[in-house]
Ligand binder design. Structure first.
Ligand code: PXP
Length: 237
């Protein structure tokens, strides 16, 4: 059974919609842990559109399971990560205009730079995972720079418009996981996973952890809405 990492970015997205203090992603992390998740994920984006520097310091203190900081390889962000020292860092590509991470980090194109970042973070005792596309060449390149953990990008599988496309993306993911496992990697997966498409990925043999955010926070809004209205109604009365 894979472990579950819950990404709390979109609790902060809701907070930023008003620029205030609630909802608090740290409080969300505590509830996720009480509910049995195995790690907490947060992405400190260069534009700070949701999670900010104060959040990651507070998450580092509050998280009891494992704090996995998603981050780009931007030098300023790497320095912050080294100071905060999360349990794990997941390296992702980042573009200012994107709504969310659009694909894996290309190790093939940035091997030297990523290699230096991996080494620098490891020296601070931070485990490093690299988010990559389900592509054998990328997996091999990650091996060549000495990475030990990868997260396979499941976004194209999740976004596939037809069953045929979805099946073919799933096969790519499965083959890539098997290949990465054969090279000795710890293999995680994530992006776009929801209540309809996760089971199939969770069944891939020896997959270590699934990282899921948007669908869980979306479901939480509806799962909690009834109670929230009842509580306000009581207060009005
Ligand atoms: N894994 C990585 C590397 C990501 O960048 C994201 C999005 O922040 C996720 C997992 C979670 O994706 P989603 O919010 O679509 O579940």
């Amino acid at each position: 059974m894979p472990e579950l990492g819950v990404n709390v970015d979109h609790v902060a997205t809701l907070r930023e919609a008003r620029g205030g203090k609630e909802p608090d992603p740290v409080r969300a992390a505590v509830i996720c842990e009480q509910a049995g998740c195995d790690s907490i994920v947060a992405h400190l984006r260069e534009d700070r559109r949701h999670i900010n520097d104060v959040d990651i310091r507070a998450l580092k203190k509050a998280v009891r399971t494992r704090f996995n900081l998603e981050m780009s390889i931007n030098a300023g962000i790497v320095e912050i990560a080294k100071r905060v020292r999360p349990d794990q860092a997941t390296l992702v590509p980042e573009k200012r205009q994107e709504l969310t991470t659009e694909g894996g980090l290309s190790v093939l194109k940035n091997a030297n730079r990523i290699g230096r970042v991996v080494e620098g973070l490891r020296k601070k005792s931070i485990d490093v995972s690299i988010f990559i596309d389900p592509d054998e060449r990328e997996i091999r390149a990650a091996k060549d720079i000495g990475a030990g953990v990868i997260e396979i990008h499941t976004g194209r599988y999740a976004d596939a418009k037809t069953k045929k496309a979805m099946d073919s993306e799933f096969e790519r993911i499965k083959r890539s996981c098997e290949f990465a496992l054969s090279l000795g990697f710890i293999v995680n997966a994530g992006h776009g996973l929801n209540y309809a498409n996760t089971k199939r990925v969770a069944r891939i043999k020896d997959i270590n952890e699934l990282n899921i955010g948007h669908s869980i926070i979306s479901r939480a809004a509806f799962a909690g809405l009834y109670r929230a209205v009842r509580d306000m109604k009581t207060l009005c009365r």
